[in-house]
Design a protein around this ligand. Structure first.
Ligand code: CTP
Ligand code: CA
Length: 216
């Protein structure tokens, strides 16, 4: 229904949306990842497309489907995520970073499968680059929107991310809230900018998506 009756208010805008988790390998059969399903990012991509935008969806592994008119780029690692955004960023108007990148990767990936032993195994993790921060700092006239997944001090932590990453809005998620956050169809968020906080009630992710797209 959306596709035919909705206002086409994003015609002429190129919107990059990132979604899903990233994966950092430990060895050929094991990896680090997180609980992101991609639902929030896919909902944003679909709604932006329905509203007439040119949409590029950069997605980590996800079971979800997306409209054929959306350019989908599949990635696994943080490095691939950054490169794929970089390739599309020049003529983009908006970047919405709904992906859940791994904050760390193993210092040395093992080429061989790590053998089981009867002793502790220590994995050394090194920090991944903050991709949102990188693009926030070179955004120029583009609108850049990030998310914040928090289990405590939601507003304080989100405001810090808004400032540190130099983005226009942070969509703040309290992941301990029922029916919100990872892997559900609903979400309850606060939209945080320099001068205001919009406190949205629990709604479908497709509805949250449209609230976010209204910011454009
Ligand atoms: N993000 C990113 N690159 C990373 C980590 C996060 O671009 N390496 C982006 C996410 O896509 C999100 C925003 O930064 O839009 C905030 O992610 P979040 O995990 O909430 O914050 P972090 O800065 O990673 O801090 P922490 O996990 O410690 O709360
Ligand atoms: Ca993080």
């Amino acid at each position: 229904i959306d596709r035919y009756f909705i206002k086409k208010d994003l015609i002429g805008k190129k919107v990059i949306v990132t979604a899903g988790p990233t994966i950092e390998r430990i060895d050929p059969v094991r990896y680090i990842t997180n609980d992101s399903s991609g639902k929030m990012g896919y909902a944003i991509a679909e709604s932006a497309y329905n509203r007439g935008a040119e949409v590029v969806l950069v997605s980590g592994p996800s079971k979800l489907n997306i409209s054929e008119g959306i350019k989908k780029i599949d990635i696994t690692t943080n490095n691939e995520l950054k490169k794929s955004i970089e390739n599309e960023f020049n003529n983009a108007d908006v970047l919405i970073m709904a992906a859940a990148p791994c904050d760390f990767r193993v210092k040395e990936q093992s080429k061989e499968k790590i053998k089981r032993k009867e002793e502790n195994l220590l994995l050394e993790l090194i920090p991944n680059e903050d991709i949102l921060s990188y693009f926030g700092k070179i955004k120029g006239k583009r609108l850049v929107i990030g998310f914040a997944a928090e289990s405590n001090n939601l507003i304080e932590n989100s405001k810090r991310k808004l400032e540190n990453k130099n983005v226009d809005y942070i969509i703040a998620n309290n992941i301990t809230e029922k029916d919100a956050g990872f892997n559900v169809d609903t979400n309850k968020v606060k939209i945080i900018s320099k001068d205001e906080i919009i406190d949205l009630p629990l709604m479908l992710k497709s509805e949250v998506a449209n609230k976010i797209l209204d910011l454009i």
